[in-house]
Design a protein. Sequence first.
Length: 342
Amino acid sequence: MTERKFLEALSGQTAFPPPIWMMRQAGRYLPEYRDIRKKAGSFLDLCYNPDFAVEVTLQPIRRFGFDAAILFSDILVVPHALGRDLRFEEGVGPLMTPLGKEDISALEITGVHERLAPVYETVRRLRRELPRETALIGFCGAPWTVATYMIAGRGTPDQAPARLFGHSSPEAFAHLLDRLAACSAEYLIRQIDAGADAVQIFDSWAGVLDEASFHAWCERPVAEIVRRVRERRPTVPIIGFPKGAGMLYAGYRQTTGVTALGLDWTLPLAEARRLQAEGPIQGNLDPMRLLAGGRALEEGVDAILATLGGGPLIFNLGHGVTPETPVEHVEAMVRRVREAVR
Ligand code: 1CP
């Protein structure tokens, strides 16, 4: 393995086989994660306890030797640090008190980074403990995606409450996105200063918006985060993941300034190839192929490598690994990628 293969791909170099990591690689499909989760108590206790958070970040690295580790935390620690209540309920997911227009100016901007200090401590310890060749990824949620949970107070299938809020109260909504962008940029800068080698901005709900809203609510706030991070830490690569952006992926790299594009599995590989001509891409195996295993997995891996293996690529899933996924399927995927020949 070349040293720091993941960072080389982000700088535009082509390697074959490509570097590999997996979204949600620390999580419930791993028995050793479930053990720690029981010990930690609540999911938030796990995120804010550096001993536990470091351990679960390292678990998939020990098992599979991925080229990158991703900080174990959640995108919703940012609104939590801004004073919104948050809990995670087994089988339901995140629950918050729905945010109203009048709550936006009451968000507690001062003290945010003191409340997030355990996350920075986790990053510092991780960079010390990880092997040199394993890159460390920091992350945040994109303002749009974080806002969807703040407004609905929970996950919804189509983010109708946030879309309605944005269209009914455009000024208040723009103000919310601005606040989240400023806070998220500082959050990423502090992760970088603590030792993150690259950062990813997760916009998991980019795919539910019309074109004008995509520009205003996804691209514009992410561009603002990228501008603020670059101003202070100009060399650190930034991966943008506007999941489900479809045809709107085409303008995203240029509009936002991200270094690399994270692609979901619905994007045709020929289109992925065109995007790759402009810079590094990451993705995009359907997590259901990984869950199914066997031929579905092999054919999915092979198609990505055949179409995209000749350019700067970070092999990944098109979204997070699901809790039911057998560990042996992950092993088979890593082997298939690592043993591939061109
Ligand atoms: O019971 C448990 O153990 C909690 C499950 C879990 C885990 C493992 C949640 C709750 N979050 C996480 C960790 C997490 N979340 C990581 C860790 C690093 C890694 O990838 O290994 C990351 C990067 C996230 C980011 C995240 N949280 C996103 C963006 C990426 C994505 O998956 O779309 C989103 C949308 C969330 C919100 C969230 N947190 C947890 C759940 C179940 C959800 C989704 C809720 C929903 O919409 O239904």
